[in-house]
Design a binder for this molecule. Structure first.
Ligand code: ATP
Length: 357
């Protein structure tokens, strides 16, 4: 296993890139600890697969370096980098048994049969494949086949990193949760550096200890699921993570105080904002409550999600959503809101005011 360092990495698919827009990856710095569980999360086209392919060596970066345990591997072949990769769709040998599929990467590396048996049996048990070991892989369902792919990634002990690229795409929705928890449990048990690429926030947040959120070829925030929820460093993270996402509204700051639509709102970092930038105020629906006095709003919609309701209100031109627990009263028409100051933040040109980028 290895610590992975990504230094000033840029990548363009164009032969002579000039402007920032020419780069699929604009500039990425990352430090991934040995044995950590990481997720790369972002919308389609943000550069996740490009970054994965640069790490695995399928692509060569236009600029920057990739280091494994301090050793520059930027010019090494994928084989030399010694990475296990699990793709969106199962990669298996249909004519072989499940056992032989799992044993394949080990036999390739001349591991002795007794050791192979030990490892295959243990991985099969973790993935609940034991009863299928002597069956042909072709007879398994799509879920079963993808479990074999996962197992082939996990069975080797000598890899520097295991990378999963949207590995649950073909998995039946009701099994996704089960397999996701299993992967997390496996990561804790075998302590390998793992990188999980997905556009699904639930998958990223349940698997990873640290989530790297990407947008438009850039890393916008790296943090624990709680950090991303409580302190989004960019309005994009606020929108993308959470359901519904963070409320974001244009604001003004005067004398260290924030105002939305003429109403003063207490925000933790208002004094740190930069007057010459585009200012926005962000607060998650979880940190907004109905109050007897406060911001005057109109309630426009209530959606029942089961254990709670999402209430959509209007503050002037702005939409403000809040989450109301089951059983709590929801006013009709005119109402007042209070924002939790500690979780109400000002953003300068999209970035959290007062925070280093
Ligand atoms: P998805 O989740 O859809 O796979 P992604 O986040 O993995 O998206 P990438 O596939 O890395 O994103 O794509 C990043 C950008 O690079 C996109 O604008 C895409 O169109 C572009 N791109 C990707 N592969 C190529 C290629 N082979 N040639 C040219 N442009 C490419």
């Amino acid at each position: 296993m290895a610590k992975i360092t990504i230094e000033n990495l840029r990548h363009s698919y164009l032969p002579e890139p000039k402007r920032d827009e020419d780069f699929a990856l604009k500039r990425v710095h990352l430090d991934w600890a040995d044995g950590g569980a990481y997720a790369l999360l972002g919308p389609s086209g943000c550069g996740k697969t490009t970054l994965l392919n640069l790490i695995s060596g399928l692509l060569h970066p236009s600029e920057g370096r990739i280091l494994f345990d301090g050793r520059d591997v930027s010019n090494e072949t994928p084989e030399r980098r010694n990475i296990a990769q699990v793709f969106q769709f199962p990669v298996i040998y249909d004519t072989m048994t499940v056992y032989d599929n799992l044993a394949f990467p080990l036999r390739n590396r001349k591991v002795d049969e007794a050791e192979i048996k030990k490892r295959v049996t243990s991985i099969a048990e973790m993935l609940e494949l034991t009863s299928t070991l002597s069956k042909r892989a072709s007879g398994l369902t799509a879920d079963g086949k993808q479990k074999i792919s996962l197992g082939r990634g996990l069975v080797r002990s000598d890899v520097n990193v295991i990378m999963f690229d949207e590995p649950l795409t073909v998995i039946d929705p009701h099994l996704k949760w089960q397999l996701r928890s299993k992967l997390k449990e496996l990561q804790h048990r075998i302590k390998r550096t793992m990188i999980y690429v997905t556009h699904d926030q639930t998958e990223a947040l349940t698997f990873a200890d640290q989530v790297v959120v990407m947008n438009n070829g850039e890393v916008v925030q790296t943090g624990t699921p709680i950090e991303l929820f409580e302190k989004p460093k960019h309005v994009f993270v606020g929108h993308f993570i959470g359901s519904p996402g963070m409320n974001v509204m244009p604001c003004m700051v005067k004398g260290g105080k924030a105002f939305v639509d003429g109403h003063e709102i207490a925000a933790g970092n208002a004094a740190l904002s930069n007057g010459s930038s585009r200012l926005e105020l962000g607060v998650r629906p979880e940190f907004v409550t109905f109050a007897s006095k406060g911001l005057p709003v109109n309630v426009v919609k209530v959606s029942d999600i089961g254990r709670y309701r999402v209430v959509d209100t209007r503050l002037g031109e702005n939409s403000v959503k809040l989450i109301v627990p089951e059983g709590a009263a929801i006013p009709e028409g005119k109402a007042h809101l209070a924002f939790d100051k500690a979780h109400t933040q000002i953003y300068n040109d999209g970035w959290l005011a007062g925070e280093a980028r």
